[in-house]
Design a protein around this ligand. Structure first.
Ligand code: A3P
Length: 316
């Protein structure tokens, strides 16, 4: 069985990876080779329940932020956002990734039963790769999308920090070409966004899409919308007390990135290595791509974006 699976994985199309030696193309999307067994096990054995809330995203699009916000919204009767000052809120002590399990990572070490306890979970899998039980259940899916040039810059910085020391350095220009050619972790980026966009048009009650940029501009408005969508609307009393505002402030980049746990804490990565929590917090700025892309690079990427996202209004 395991031999068959290994043979299947090694026969998949291969390209050089950003972090490790190789990416494998499975069902049209590229994945770190080490994640494929977990993905297969999720597709086969994940049991989705109606009360699951699944945060989905292309990597580096705002997952950490959304994990903190969704955790705070769904757990607000147990932990008040203002408890953070008194160390009573888990976000004060734990990185958001420890509060919300990522399915591929969980499945990498629990392949026989890839079903973590919490109902709030996250995955970077493309829509077409999601376990069938997730598509067919009444669960809610929240997808956060971010402008591709900023995603690329954020992805490159992340990869440089995590890249295996056995590999030659990854230059920005190499990363740019790979990203534009669709060869990136969970990429092609544009297909990832479009699949969720189309699914949202088809099932608007099930799939909510928000952009990193709009969340930056209107955090309280979007947090309230999110709360309604996932079935945890703020009550009149909570509105009066400014609970949504408190959650936005607890989950802000400024607040989270300055917590001790996120400055000096570490966590285990899927491949067994230990990484620093600070790696999930860099600049959190819209338009940081201007510091990295040449005019020619910008034109090439914008052209792809215009073509792929035509008619959606996404990142016009
Ligand atoms: P930059 O690298 O542009 O700074 P992900 O969480 O999907 O890995 O995305 C990481 C990006 O989100 C990084 O972007 C990171 O700085 C930013 N980020 C992390 N926490 C955030 C927060 N609370 N608010 C806004 N952006 C945040």
């Amino acid at each position: 069985m395991a031999d068959d699976r290994n043979a299947f994985i090694s026969a998949l199309p291969t390209q050089p990876g950003w972090v490790s030696r190789s990416l494998k193309q499975y069902q049209g999307f590229w994945h770190e080779e080490g994640f494929i067994p977990g993905i297969l096990s999720l597709q086969e054995k994940f049991r989705c329940k109606p009360d699951h809330i699944v945060l989905t995203s292309y990597p580096k699009s705002g997952t950490t932020w959304l994990k903190a916000l969704l955790f705070s919204i769904t757990n607000r009767s147990r932990y008040r956002a203002t408890d953070a000052a008194a160390n009573g809120n888990p976000l004060e002590r734990c990185n958001p990734h420890s509060c919300v399990p990522r399915l591929e990572v969980y499945a990498a070490s629990n392949g026989d039963d890839p079903n973590p306890d919490p109902v709030l979970v996250n995955t970077h899998l493309a829509y077409s790769l999601l376990p069938k039980s997730m598509i067919h259940s009444e669960c809610k899916i929240v997808y956060v999308a971010r402008e591709p040039k900023d995603v690329l810059v954020s992805s490159w910085h992340f990869a440089v920090k995590l890249r295996s020391k056995d590999l030659p350095p990854l230059t920005f220009s190499e990363a740019f070409d790979m990203f534009c050619n669709g060869v990136s972790d969970f990429g092609p980026y544009w297909d990832h966004v479009m699949e969720y966009w189309n699914a949202h048009l088809k099932f608007p009650h099930k799939i909510f899409i928000l952009s990193y940029e709009d969340l930056m501009r209107r955090p309280v408005y979007n947090v309230k919308k999110l709360a309604v969508f996932i079935g945890h609307p703020f009550t009149d009393v909570e509105e009066e007390c400014g609970v949504a505002e408190d959650i936005v402030s607890l989950c802000s980049f400024e607040k989270l990135s300055n917590l001790e746990v996120n400055k000096i804490g570490t966590r285990s990565w899927a491949n067994g290595s230990v990484i620093k929590n600070e790696i999930f917090f860099r600049k959190a700025q819209i338009g940081d791509w201007k510091n990295y892309l040449t005019d020619e690079m910008r034109a090439r990427m914008d052209k792809i974006t215009r073509e792929k996202f035509k008619g959606t209004g996404l990142f016009d």
